[in-house]
Ligand binder design. Structure first.
Ligand SMILES: Cc1cc2nc3c(=O)[nH]c(=O)nc-3n(C[C@H](O)[C@H](O)[C@H](O)COP(=O)(O)OP(=O)(O)OC[C@H]3O[C@@H](n4cnc5c(N)ncnc54)[C@H](O)[C@@H]3O)c2cc1C
Length: 578
């Protein structure tokens, strides 16, 4: 273990392909790159333990794929574009739905995943909100464990090297700043730095959303990829689009607050009530009630709570007991167990829930081969933006990570050139980064990072959350700078090895960079669309113009933004009666 003030000499390694993240996107990329060319020298880096961490493992509901002859890719595409309020990149959405079918088949035949069956032996597919056909493939309500366990075995089988508990801090570039040459890593166990240089780099670190008071992912998902991509100057898009899941568990004082009760529960008839016992969805969406889309459900619940009709625990209640205890326990065992851990009996009693920050629709702009705006840099999974537009459908998230992880793996193998070399990393950048990341250890005074992190979460929850206004966003844009200044004054001490406060400070820097992009993009969109609900512009306005907000770090270090019209390549709203 290192003592205060000591740093080990820095290790430097070179590989053909560096994959940052070991969720579905990272693993599918590694497997497909390897299977395309087993001679590739691939390295997977994960900040958690191998096979653990990330959201893919947490997937309860399932994976959308067209398998039934009565369903079609066109129907899945229409659902995805309608769900995304037509802000989606249509090429990405089309690739998602078309490639989901071979991907799910490969998962069973190549990787050994085994999903729930119908009595006739075909794969069972269940309903999810916003779908015109029941197409969600699942393994009970623990689908992610099946996917990640089986694909991790396949990574082992191919002997693909993994660095676990190594955290990517920043992307490295050559002196021109145009080509990515790998990443600077922190060896979390020893508290030392490592440089990995790679001919091609994939960022697949799983997006957000732990920068809000209630969040659905595990606490380690701290927006690292989004922060890194932004700081590297990659074009990002749709960063105002943050999805809130309607039913996150309220668990006072626990880091698990916001953990999800998946929407399959509402799909089979669970309903929501406010403090007066009223089924309030009758006022917001009388036709679809609780089977409405996530955005409308979350906004309705948030407004109920804000208008004083929330329950004493600060949220609203979900009721499943009328479905029959046996039915609920049989069909939702994972959720029943999770509720029981916190003293709630989902099968028999109301359970307290709140909207919970769930998914980033925004992220790095990319193409169907997962290429970004920087040379040699690829992105896949929740760090990418554009596929889901203004709102992601349930079941399209894990599908995205598997499909685009697969696309990325094939593309990495295709674009790798043995004779292409790796450009020289800018040594000045490496020195600068190490000095930046160690600076808090040199300070003689300063606070710990926890308070500014919690203030950021509150700021995002109240002003950049489920319901937004221009005034609130403007205030947020000012207040985030004071939190940023506080983060710059943090003092750290003790051993570098497994230094949790250091880790939290690094997380805070990433949360700040990503949150700033969200605030400014949200200010620029003066309409309500999907997950972006502006109370001062409460209606979706197609006459306002269909555009995406692209942003990146400008030359002066501040974000710059561009509005670009949506390319309605395959479908426009009027084609589907909107
Ligand atoms: C509770 C929950 C339930 C969900 N249920 C569903 C569902 O039913 N259906 C659906 O479609 N979607 C669902 N989703 C969404 C879905 O899980 C995600 O969209 C998807 O799994 C993201 O995959 P990913 O590979 O991009 O990232 P992840 O699976 O999150 O993996 C990220 C990886 O990156 C690593 N990492 C992070 N930062 C760093 C760093 N700095 N350096 C190195 N490694 C790093 C992590 O350790 C992890 O290995 C759910 C999400 C949650 C939170």
């Amino acid at each position: 273990m290192l003592c205060e003030g000591e740093f080990e000499p820095m290790e430097k390694i070179r590989v053909d392909i560096l994959i940052i993240g070991m969720g579905a996107a990272g693993q599918f990329a590694a497997l497909n790159a390897y299977d395309s060319n087993p001679d590739l020298n691939i390295l997977i880096v994960t900040k958690d333990l191998r096979g653990k961490g990330g959201c893919s493992r947490m997937v309860q509901g399932g994976f959308n794929a067209v398998l039934n002859p009565e369903d079609s890719h066109e129907k899945h595409l229409i659902d995805t574009l309608k769900g995304g309020h037509f802000l989606n990149d249509q090429d990405l959405a089309k690739t998602l739905v078309e490639q989901a079918t071979p991907t799910i088949k490969e998962m069973e035949t190549k990787y050994g995943c085994f999903f729930d069956r119908n009595p006739d032996g075909t794969i069972h597919q269940k309903p999810f909100a916003g779908q015109s056909f029941d197409r969600t493939v699942h393994k009970g309500d623990l689908t992610g464990i099946e996917i990640i366990s089986r694909t991790t075995e396949q990574v082992y089988k191919r002997d693909i090297p993994i660095l676990e508990e190594y955290r990517a801090l920043d992307l490295l570039k050559d002196a021109s700043g145009k080509e990515v040459t790998g990443a600077l890593l922190l060896d979390v166990r020893r508290g030392s730095f490592m440089v990995v240089e790679a001919a091609l780099t994939l960022v697949a670190s799983g997006g957000g959303t732990t920068n809000y008071r209630f969040f659905a992912p595990g606490p380690p998902k701290t927006l690292d990829g989004l922060g890194m991509l932004y700081r590297a100057g990659v074009w990002m898009r749709d960063m105002e689009m943050v999805q809130f899941h309607p039913t996150g568990l309220i668990i006072p004082g626990s880091v698990v607050a916001g953990a999800l009760l998946e929407e399959g529960l509402r799909g089979v008839g669970a309903y929501m009530i406010n403090r007066d016992g009223e089924r309030y969805m009758a006022r917001y969406d009388p036709e679809r009630m609780e089977r409405t889309t996530r955005d409308i459900m979350s906004q309705s619940s948030y407004l109920e709570i804000r208008e004083g009709r929330g329950c004493d625990h600060g949220g609203i209640n979900i009721i499943a007991s009328h479905l029959g205890a046996e039915f609920v326990e049989k069909n939702f065992p994972g959720m029943c167990e999770r509720c029981a851990t916190f003293g709630h009996d989902l099968a028999r009693e109301p359970v307290p829930v709140s909207p919970s920050a769930h998914y980033m629709m925004g992220g790095a702009a990319f193409d169907t081969e997962c290429r970004t705006s920087l040379e040699r840099l690829f992105v896949a999974g929740e760090d990418s933006g554009g596929t889901h537009g203004a709102n992601r459908l349930g079941g399209n998230g894990i599908c995205d990570s598997c499909v685009f992880g697969r696309q990325a793996g094939k593309a990495l193998a295709k674009y790798f050139r043995k004779d292409g070399g790796i450009p020289e990393s800018d040594s000045g950048q490496i020195d600068h980064l190490i000095s930046r990341y160690t600076r808090p250890f040199d300070r003689s005074s300063g606070a710990l990072p926890f308070e500014p992190r919690d203030r950021l979460r509150e700021l995002n929850w109240t002003k950049v959350g489920v319901v937004r206004t221009g005034t609130g966003l403007q205030e947020a844009s000012e207040q985030i700078e004071s939190i940023h200044s506080e983060a710059e004054r943090v003092k750290l001490q003790g051993s570098r090895a497994y230094n949790m406060a250091w880790g939290d400070w690094i997380s805070l820097l990433n949360m700040l960079d990503s949150s700033r992009m969200t605030i400014h993009s949200a200010l620029l969109r003066k309409e309500t669309r999907g997950a972006h609900f502006r109370e001062d512009y409460p209606k979706r306005d197609d006459n306002y113009g269909l555009f995406n907000i692209f942003g990146k770090k400008g030359d002066d270090g501040k974000p710059v933004f561009e509005k670009r019209p949506v390319v309605l390549k395959y479908m426009k709203p009027s084609d589907v009666g909107e």
